[in-house]
Design a binder for this molecule. Structure first.
Ligand SMILES: C[S@@+](CC[C@H](N)C(=O)[O-])C[C@H]1O[C@@H](n2cnc3c(N)ncnc32)[C@H](O)[C@@H]1O
Length: 363
């Protein structure tokens, strides 16, 4: 960060947390160099932050003139909105409130402007992924259209299950490609399958069957669509598409009555449960762990293979506590042995994804 200030980071459209950290660092330096009683979150700093964010239309920030025409990547309104919202969330975490009028007005303005700029939840596209036939694939395979897995996504939908292939989903698919013995010849059930990339890769790399589950209508409809459009991709790999199925499953015992029959029997027959990026909402953790627990208890040698993205340590600690309560043993695959990820757009650093193998402790 040395040599750069928050304005320069903002103009370069750096990751949101980098801009906010740079801003806070600058404010802290000012605090040390002046006798003024102001800290990184004081009214005065909030005002400076508001000015910086509003600077796209103002041209002068902190007495310095900005020539926006010379800046290649001008921050979009969406980016500015996210920065302001993230800044106010951090304020709240510090137990502080929005006290500066300019910042309050900027928040109101950005919230209003959103109404005229609503994302279109129906816009969708197909993402294609080159999935090698083996880990020793040759470069020429990449041009082979038959090796392209196609995944429909709805990037602007508010349902996380259709929005994208999540980092952990791609990482788990890669893990399976490189460690296929773990699923070879096994019946697999997947929780929170999302757009289906991980489950389809598991099918292509040796699973005897896969039953992909999720809970919202939009996700289940899209999941079935993605299975259908990849039927010939599966056949080309010697997989009978009838071994790849989709079913409804909401985590937790309370939802048992709403589970579909195919999912109940898949849970009984499966040898291994897989899931990627399902540890993210505190309120769902007890239900999620109870689903894993019940699955592991239904037979000998059952395993659960999860890829988790570490965003929020509170969520993750709760996950660990619930596993401990149920005496579920887990092993984390060391970071340095994780394979490369399928080309995806990653917001989350790769090192934040961990692969975890769980089984029931002997009583
Ligand atoms: C972050 S997405 C991950 C999707 C996919 N596994 C991937 O990695 O790309 C989390 C998934 O969990 C599903 N999910 C969230 N809460 C659930 C619940 N209570 N029961 C079942 N599925 C749930 C969502 O619909 C979504 O598909």
């Amino acid at each position: 960060m040395s040599g750069f200030n928050s304005l320069q980071y903002f103009c370069a459209i750096s990751p949101i947390d980098v801009v906010i950290d740079a801003f806070i660092n600058e404010e802290q330096k000012k605090m040390l160099s002046t006798s003024d009683d102001h800290c990184a979150w004081s009214i005065r700093s909030q005002g400076r932050f508001a000015t910086l964010m509003a600077s796209r239309s103002e041209n002068i920030v902190d007495g310095k003139e900005i020539d926006w025409s010379t800046i290649q990547f001008v921050p979009s309104e969406r980016y500015v909105r996210k920065l302001v919202m993230r800044y106010t969330t951090r304020l709240e975490l510090q137990g502080r409130e929005v006290e500066d009028d300019n910042l309050a007005s900027l928040i109101c303005f950005l919230s209003r402007s959103r109404i005229s700029n609503l994302p279109d939840p129906t816009s969708h596209c197909n993402a294609t992924y080159f999935v090698p036939l083996s880990t020793s694939y040759c470069q020429c395979e990449q041009n082979d259209d038959e090796l392209q897995l196609t995944i429909r996504i709805y990037p602007q939908h508010n349902d996380v299950g259709v929005a994208k292939v999540w980092e952990a989903g791609a990482a788990l698919a890669e893990y399976i490609i490189h460690n296929r013995t773990i699923i070879k010849g096994r019946n697999v059930v997947e929780l929170g399958a999302g757009v289906g990339l991980t489950g389809l890769v598991a099918a292509a790399f040796g699973a005897k069957s896969i039953h992909m589950t999720d809970y919202t209508d939009a996700t289940l409809e899209n999941l079935s669509h993605n299975v259908t459009i990849n039927e010939s991709w599966l056949r080309n790999r010697g997989v009978d598409p009838s071994t790849v199925n989709v079913g409804q499953l909401e985590w937790g015992e309370h939802s048992e009555s709403s589970r579909d029959i195919s999912t109940i029997s898949a849970l009984q027959n499966a040898d291994i449960m897989i899931a990627a990026d399902v540890v993210y909402a505190v309120e769902c953790i007890p239900d999620l762990v109870s689903t894993v627990y019940k699955f592991l208890l239904t037979g000998y040698n059952k395993l659960a293979l999860f890829a988790t993205t570490h965003r929020n340590m509170t969520t993750f600690s709760l996950f660990e506590t619930e596993l401990e309560k149920k005496r579920i043993a887990r092993d984390y695959v060391p970071q340095d042995s994780l394979p490369l990820v399928l080309p995806c757009y990653f917001n989350q650093p790769r090192t934040d994804v961990r692969i975890c193998i769980m089984k029931q402790n002997e009583k």
